[in-house]
Design a protein around this ligand. Structure first.
Ligand SMILES: [Fe+2]
Length: 333
């Protein structure tokens, strides 16, 4: 009797003779050859699927304001226009980041809930809004950054007159790979909360404080991250920051494995993203895919302030963070 281990494959299975037989046959048993697709799975450089894009505030805002009239109070939590990348379906602004514009009208409440996703908000316009996070009610003012850490009960509301619009930043695309995002709704519209002093809260970062930090530093272009009091990232996934670019000046050109979403707080200018020029002004939001080279140029008339969030904490934690020109001699083994 012939030992099957010493038989050649063609003796064992006469139908497997050629390389085509292997490729087609193996695929039929859900075993796919790597070698024809080596470059696809091992590309020579990062391979983002999203593209750079800009959402102009004056174009998007009218739809949001009209939605404020048509989408009622109980759905206020969902009264969001998602800033969706033209090359991706679903809640993607970049491959790893979600951004949306949310509107809360006077005297309404977005119902309380909590979820796995981490959320941050940057207040674009309006004052007198509040967000309550796990029993602490915090005032929101223009330019503030407010965190909603994972699994904290939260609701939002608005007193007084005029709408409030903010830019949501979430890590939602992560949940494609980790399908563990879920939401619980509180059984009342508001989670019980007491008002707290905004200046003492670890989850609110007033714009006045960040602007002073930027202005106190020397240089034509400076960037500052929002960090916890102990210096650590505000989240395991997302990293907010702000930049100042003096009039007529520019940032340093950068290319890195993080992707980012930028929002223009004040001023006008343009960004070069892989050689393509994107002009922007106050209120606009734009995105930069990973490994696209980018540089910001302030216009001639006024100092520019930019808000940004990126995926640096998770990219770093996974060991994926690199920037062009990064030293490769000190790799940890
Ligand atoms: Fe939420």
């Amino acid at each position: 009797m012939v030992d099957p281990k010493t038989q050649s494959a063609s003796q064992l299975e006469p139908s497997i003779q050629t390389i085509d037989d292997v490729i087609k046959g193996a695929s039929n048993v859900n075993a796919v050859p790597l070698w024809p697709q080596m470059v696809k799975y091992n590309p020579p450089k990062p391979n983002p699927r999203c593209v750079p894009h800009i959402w102009r505030y004056e174009e998007v805002r009218p739809y949001l304001v009209r939605a404020g009239e048509l989408v009622k109070d109980k759905d206020a939590e969902r009264r969001v226009l998602m800033l969706v990348n033209p090359e991706r379906e679903g809640p993607y602004t970049t491959d790893t980041l979600y951004a949306g514009l949310q509107l809360v009208m006077p005297n309404e409440t977005a119902p309380a809930h909590r979820h796995t996703a981490f959320a941050m908000r940057f207040v674009i316009e309006g004052n007198g809004g509040f967000t309550a996070v796990h029993g602490k009610r915090i005032q929101m003012n223009r330019g503030d950054v407010i965190l909603t850490p994972t699994w904290n009960w939260h609701d939002h509301g608005k007193d007084g007159s005029g709408p409030m619009i903010w830019l949501d930043g979430l890590d939602l695309p992560s949940f494609i790979h980790f399908p563990v995002h879920f939401v619980e709704h509180f059984d009342k519209p508001r989670y019980p909360a007491e008002s707290v002093d905004t200046s003492q809260s670890p989850i609110v970062f007033p714009w006045s404080k960040m602007k002073k930090q930027l202005d106190d530093r020397p240089g034509e272009w400076v960037a500052e991250e929002y960090r916890k009091a102990d210096g650590s990232y505000v989240s395991k996934t997302l990293n907010p920051s702000a930049e100042r670019v003096n009039k007529g000046a520019s940032s340093r050109p950068r290319r890195e494995t993080t992707s980012s979403v930028y929002h223009v707080i004040m001023g006008g200018g343009y960004s070069n993203i892989n050689g393509e020029k994107f002009e922007w002004k106050e209120g606009d939001t734009f995105c930069i895919p990973s490994w696209y080279q980018y540089q910001h140029f302030a216009g001639p008339n006024e100092t520019v302030y930019l808000y940004r969030f990126d995926d640096k904490p998770m990219i770093e934690a996974l060991g994926f963070y690199r920037w062009e020109g990064m030293d490769t001699e000190d790799l940890v083994t």
